[in-house]
Design a protein around this ligand. Structure first.
Ligand code: SF4
Length: 320
């Protein structure tokens, strides 16, 4: 049985990073946005105020323990139940990790707080920073991302542009496409024009492959996404389905699967890949968890996704 941590999760499958150890600095669900496509569900605390939402010393001590006793992952990622840059000490977490391991550190952020110089400075210590941009003006930002009151589209764009000027690591932008909301060629051209100004190293197009916050958030068909990818500079990549190179050394049991599902909904195939297990074995665990009422399943885009029920522990998942 692996030690269970309060602020670490995984390693879990990530379509960007292989097996990623997550560090979750925001209790469910504190965010500066309340995106219609969020796979975590609705934001319960919508805020622009940065605080020590979780205890910094406790988090650093968990990281130290994990590095000493396990320490195997392709990536260490600040992500989780909300917006990581809202934690006032996220920069200290990055410097702590960087001083102790060569495992690359990534920050998955919506980019909203990068208008603050101290947030840019803290994030710039990471190896990879993935920001997001799915809107082209105030109106579309409010429709898609539903930011905290008073937040302006200009803050987002200027913050992301300024960060590019100051950050020498890899900057990726994720554009989340929603059918009927931001996916017409004219809308995409406007988003792409802003992306060009930010000068990212990579552009990634995503859509609702996992169950979103709102039923109205609909996926853009793959064929359309491929056509829209050529509008971006550099040309956007469609985020491929996750494939783990080797899940053999990750320890697995019912609790590990439950903890993973508390972080994000997954298909049985995804669980099998990350843990290097046969699908039959995954099915056995999922069967036990479902019968115990800890996990439930839902159909989405021809796949069955498994969720941890709210009463199974913390209701959160990995946002990529
Ligand atoms: S998708 Fe990310 S930025 Fe949007 S509400 Fe969810 S956690 Fe916040």
């Amino acid at each position: 049985m692996t030690r269970s941590y309060k602020h670490l999760f995984g390693p879990v499958p990530s379509r960007r990073f292989g097996r990623s150890l997550g560090i979750d600095l925001t209790p469910f669900k504190i965010c500066s946005y309340d995106c219609v496509f969020c796979q975590l569900g609705r934001t319960t605390r919508l805020t622009l105020a940065r605080e020590n939402f979780v205890d910094l010393d406790e988090t650093l001590s968990e990281i130290e323990h994990w590095l000493k006793n396990d320490g195997k992952a392709d990536q260490i990622t600040l992500a989780g139940s909300g917006e990581p840059t809202l934690h006032a000490g996220f920069g200290e977490v990055i410097s702590f990790v960087k001083a102790r391991t060569r495992i690359p550190v990534a920050v998955l952020t919506n980019g909203s707080m990068l208008y603050l110089p101290e947030v840019r400075k803290a994030a710039a210590q990471a190896d990879i920073v993935k920001i997001s941009l799915s809107a082209w003006d105030q109106e579309s930002l409010e429709k898609i991302n539903r930011p905290a009151p008073g937040y302006r589209f200009e803050q987002l764009i200027e913050g992301e542009k300024q960060f590019r000027n100051e950050f020498s690591g890899k900057l990726w932008i994720e554009v989340f496409m929603l059918d009927g909301i931001n996916s017409t060629p004219a809308e995409v051209a406007k988003i792409a024009a802003f992306v060009r100004q930010i000068r990212p190293d990579r552009v990634q197009l995503n859509t609702c492959v996992r169950p979103p916050a709102e039923e109205s958030a609909r996926a853009v068909p793959e064929k359309s996404l491929r056509e829209l990818a050529t509008v971006f500079e550099p040309a956007a990549e469609i985020i491929a389905e996750y494939r783990a190179a080797d899940g053999g050394e990750v320890k697995v049991n019912e609790q590990a699967i439950l903890e993973m599902l508390q972080r994000r909904p997954c298909t049985a195939d995804q669980i099998a890949e990350v843990f290097g297990m046969h699908l039959n074995e995954v099915s056995k665990y999922l069967g036990m968890l479902t019968r115990s009422d800890l996990v439930t399943a839902t159909h989405r885009n021809n796949d069955v996704y498994y969720f941890a029920r709210k009463n199974s522990g913390r209701a959160a998942c990995l946002k990529e």
